[in-house]
Design a protein around this ligand. Structure first.
Ligand code: DER
Length: 245
């Protein structure tokens, strides 16, 4: 459908804008848009190696991909890309990842796919973070389109205490994220729970909110990526809108 086409447009533009030369360490985000990113990276490498062979040059391109989740690792393997680990490559040249909502101030909600903890670690190790998404992801302010709240990964035993503290201090409602194909809560790649904070209207000091949430004992990571992205690619049916930050 047309949303998938928009995702693919954004993903391909973000990949084709990148430099593929010599040794490159690339971060792979999580979610459905990144499926197109990973496929396009693989196609780009194949094309460049073929061009080098045709010109009688030795292919000098060496791309190592670092995953942000079990899903990202599977994507890297399925596309026959070189799988690296953050332990071996703690400095990443560029990362491309998806998002749940982006506003005009470069405030981003991530974690709809339950992977924001390792995504944020990977983003923090990357020289450049590029975000890709379809046009439904870009809003004048957070909460306009994305109604599921801010994802927060928590240590399981703490989830009621964290819920209570957030609701008392910041208002809104905190819900434990329940699994669909399994009885009980979603369990993350890090063996933790996720709670989603349905925040109240009128919040805009997102950097302070991120710090306040992060400081609550039991909170592992918050799905707010504040001013971490260098460029945002938003795909429409006919073109890609790029926001530079
Ligand atoms: O969880 C995340 O932050 C993922 O990047 C994900 O939410 C992106 O969503 P997508 O499936 O629409 O790409």
């Amino acid at each position: 459908n047309d949303l998938e086409i928009c995702k693919r447009f954004a993903a391909e533009r973000a990949v084709l804008d990148r430099e593929f030369k010599g040794n490159v360490v690339v971060g792979i985000g999580s979610g459905s848009t990144v499926v197109y990113v990973t496929k396009c990276i693989a196609e780009t490498i194949t094309r460049m190696n073929k061009e080098a062979e045709k010109d009688g040059r030795k292919p000098d391109l060496n791309v190592t991909c670092i995953p942000s989740s079990f899903q990202a690792k599977e994507l890297i393997l399925r596309n026959n890309l070189n799988l690296g680990s953050l332990e071996s490559f703690p400095l990443v040249d560029w990362t491309i990842d998806g998002a749940d909502e982006i506003d005009s101030q470069n405030n981003i909600i991530k974690g709809g796919g339950g992977c924001h903890t390792q995504e944020k670690i990977l983003a923090s190790c990357s020289k450049e973070l590029y975000i890709v998404g379809d046009y439904t992801k870009y809003s004048p302010k957070l909460g306009t389109n994305w109604k599921k709240g801010i994802p927060i990964e928590v240590i399981p035993v703490s989830y009621v205490a964290v819920k209570r503290k957030i609701e008392c201090r910041l208002g809104g409602e905190v819900l434990l994220r329940m699994a669909v194909m399994k009885a009980g809560p979603v369990i993350t790649d890090n063996s933790n729970f996720i709670v989603d904070w349905r925040f109240p209207e009128g919040i805009d000091n997102w950097k302070d909110i991120e710090t306040t949430l992060k400081m609550i004992p039991g909170v592992v990571e918050v799905g707010l990526f504040i001013k971490m992205a260098i460029k945002i690619y938003i795909g429409n049916e006919k073109d890609v809108k790029i926001y530079d930050f």
